[in-house]
Each structure stands twice: as C-alpha cells, then as structure tokens.
Design a protein around this ligand. Structure first.
Ligand SMILES: NC(=O)C1=CN([C@@H]2O[C@H](COP(=O)(O)OP(=O)(O)OC[C@H]3O[C@@H](n4cnc5c(N)ncnc54)[C@H](O)[C@@H]3O)[C@@H](O)[C@H]2O)C=CC1
Ligand SMILES: O=C(O)C1=N[C@H](C(=O)O)C[C@H](O)C1
Length: 233
C-alpha cells in the first residue's frame, strides 16, 4: 500500500514506522499547507495533523478520490460537511477519536457500564483525561466519544469541562509531561466508587490501529468507523 501522511509529527512518525514494518511505503509526508501534494501516487491518506488543518487535508483528498483515515481531534464541528464532500466524490473515510484496539474495547465497556448505571440515581459520573503538555485541544477527542457513550445510555444530556450537575458530565482535562493518553470514568455514591480506566503506555497502539484501518478501507466507498474495522459488537 502506498500511504500519504498528512501531519508528520509525533503520530506521523510512529505511523511511518508501523506501516513500513507491515510492508507498506510512505509516498508523501505533508507537514505544511504550502507543500505540493501528488494525490495520484497514494492508495490512502492518513491524517494526524492539527485541528485547523484537518478539514482541508481530508476534503482535498476526497476531491482527488483518495480514501482517508483521520485521527486528528478538535475539528469535528465540520464533520458533517466533510462527510457530504466524501459522499459527493464517492470516496471513503474513517474518523476515530482513538484508533487503538484497547480504547475501542474501552468505548464498548463504557457504554455497557453506563447502561447498568443509568437507572441508579445514587451514583454521579465524572471523567478525567490526562495528556502531554503539547496537546492543542481539550477535552480530548476520546473523552468526548466516551461522554457521548454515557449520554446515549443515561439521563445525562451533555458534558462540560469541570462543571457538573444532574444532567451534565464533568470532564477534567489535565496536561502533564509526556503522557500519551489516560482516560478514566468514575461513578461515585456516598458509600463507594466504581471506576474504569484506560492508560496508553505509548503511541504504538494508535498508529497500528490507523494502519489496520488503512488496509481495511482499500477498495471500499463510504463512511465507516473503527467498529466496522474491528468487528466489535
Ligand atoms: N485518533 C487517535 O488515535 C489519535 C489522535 N491524535 C490526534 O492526532 C493529531 C496529531 O497528533 P500528534 O502527532 O501528537 O501532533 P504533533 O503536533 O506532533 O503533529 C502534528 C503535525 O501536523 C503538522 N501540520 C501543521 N499544519 C499542517 C497541515 N496544514 N498539513 C499537514 N500537517 C500539518 C505539524 O507541523 C505537526 O508536525 C492531534 O489532533 C491529536 O489529538 C493523536 C494520537 C492518537
Ligand atoms: O493528542 C494526543 O496525544 C491524543 N489525542 C487523541 C484524543 O484527543 O483523544 C487520542 C489519544 O488520547 C492521544
């Protein structure tokens, strides 16, 4: 597979390493909007860039019939516009706030726990995410997906940073050192706490998931998710 990388930072470099280890080649490393892009050379584009850059990177690929795997967070106010451009151009797309197998299992565990806790008024939910100090967005995309999973399955209606009430999930975002990504969800009553936690030890899991998604999307048209790729129910 010939891969074009959009964003050659921490994740771009990790994806290069994993992709080459699986026999793929990197045909472009786009790290700046002024670079020329040879779309015809790519079987797939993998975008891990910035919240400001992602929409243009992704939709320019669609317009050139290049399927896209994007893990960039913080740009989702334009997600439905991107989907329309993908469909209009009969291209293919997977966005995931987190590509690791472990977090995708954690997403399902979170929904299952939320379903069980949904009817229990004595427990109050709170979420915490910890990332490295270079992270541009807060809360993390993963925390937003987790909050959506709770909202789908409980009385909670929305999430906010550091603010809770009966219908709002409080998310605390901490930025510390080089932390690759830690997410925890706690349900607390006056007598106990139930907590689930996912802690990434490095970025390899995110990168491997993105490369597996790139392999999976070959020859497909449409909009998919990591649930489709991993066959999780
Ligand atoms: N979905 C997932 O599994 C994961 C998502 N992420 C997300 O991926 C994104 C990138 O993360 P990192 O690699 O850690 O950040 P980073 O800051 O190390 O790399 C981003 C790169 O994008 C480049 N860039 C800036 N403008 C660009 C443009 N117009 N086109 C292409 N590249 C451009 C920057 O020069 C930089 O090298 C972030 O949004 C982060 O939240 C990070 C890890 C996992
Ligand atoms: O910026 C990061 O580093 C990460 N971003 C993603 C997010 O916002 O959830 C995924 C992972 O937690 C690392």
């Amino acid at each position: 597979m010939k891969i074009g990388l959009f964003g050659y930072g921490k994740m771009g470099k990790m994806i290069e390493q994993i992709a080459q280890g699986r026999g793929h080649s990197i045909v472009a490393k786009i790290d700046d909007p002024s670079q020329d892009v040879d779309y015809a050379s790519m079987d797939v584009a993998i975008d891990f860039s910035t919240p400001e850059a992602a929409f243009d990177n992704i939709t320019n690929c669609f317009k050139n019939k290049v399927p896209v795997i994007s893990g960039t967070t913080g740009w989702l106010d334009k997600y439905s516009q991107a989907i329309k451009i993908c469909e209009d151009n009969k291209s293919a797309f997977i966005y995931a706030s987190n590509f690791s197998l472990g977090v995708n299992i954690f997403f399902e565990l979170n929904k299952h726990l939320a379903k069980m806790m949904g009817g229990l008024n004595q427990y109050k939910v709170a979420m915490e995410e910890i990332h490295h100090t270079q992270k541009l967005d807060a809360p993390s995309g993963t925390a937003i997906t987790l909050a959506e999973g709770i909202i789908e399955n409980t009385k909670y209606k929305n999430w906010e940073l550091e603010k809770s009430n009966d219908s709002t999930i409080s998310i605390t975002s901490l930025r510390e050192g080089m932390v690759p990504g830690t997410h925890s969800i706690a349900y607390t009553s006056s007598v106990d706490t139930i907590e689930i936690k996912h802690e990434a030890h490095n970025r390899e899991g995110f990168a491997l998931g993105a490369v597996i998604a790139s392999e999976w999307i070959q020859g497909k048209t449409g909009v998919f998710s990591m649930k489709d790729v991993l066959n999780l129910s």
